[in-house]
Design a protein around this ligand. Sequence first.
Ligand code: CTP
Ligand code: MG
Length: 231
Amino acid sequence: MKYIVVLPAAGSGKRMKAGHNKLFLTLRGKPILIHTLDVFEQDPNCMAIWLAVKPEERTIIQNMLQNYHITKVKGMPAGGDERQHSVYACVLAADATTGLILVHDAARPFIEPSVITKLTLRAYETGAAIAGVKAKDTMKRVRNHIIEETIDREQLWMIQTPQAFRASILIKAQQQAARDGFLGTDESMLVERLNIAVHVVESTYDNVKMTTQEDLLIGEAILQKRQQEEN
Ligand code: CTP
Ligand code: MG
């Protein structure tokens, strides 16, 4: 299914402690941001990329896009104080009222093309589909370090991006959240508030978000594994 993608890239990467936007850190010599962009640059179903950036980083990112031959970025609106606002800025800039919009963290460079294909197909059929993986650990609800409940793991999924929506659904959900001053940690939460069913598509454990410094080691290991598989 054809789609456009929105990539929030306007964070500050505080937990990474790099002293600058973590997306500029490199894995195997290439910036994390470019690893992520390459996935969509190479997917023939991706029609356009919208990137939320910090205004002061626009020039450096523009240069990066040129150096790495990224051609599908159609706009780089200024991000907001919260991730949700950065995503909304892109959706407004894209001005797409029909078709599919995929929202994906720029900080998740290892998304598999096969997951994007499954996800966009499901979103096309149903209106809303998000990527997730089954929880691996035993999960308990804890208050003040005391167990309140063990939660049935079969029902628990760890949710990632990408998250794909029919444009009309995502826009309606964002407008309602803006009116209510509701802040969610993902776009699905905004859609769930409208009582619209959101479908979960099984993704891979590789699709980690580069958040803290340990994640960079995991990232290098994933790239090494992929290179070995290619050879
Ligand atoms: N993001 C954004 N605008 C914000 C905050 C985050 O566009 N105001 C983007 C980040 O650049 C990242 C994605 O949203 O690609 C996921 O956010 P996160 O992993 O939390 O990144 P940061 O906010 O940069 O990191 P931290 O929370 O550690 O400061
Ligand atoms: Mg953050």
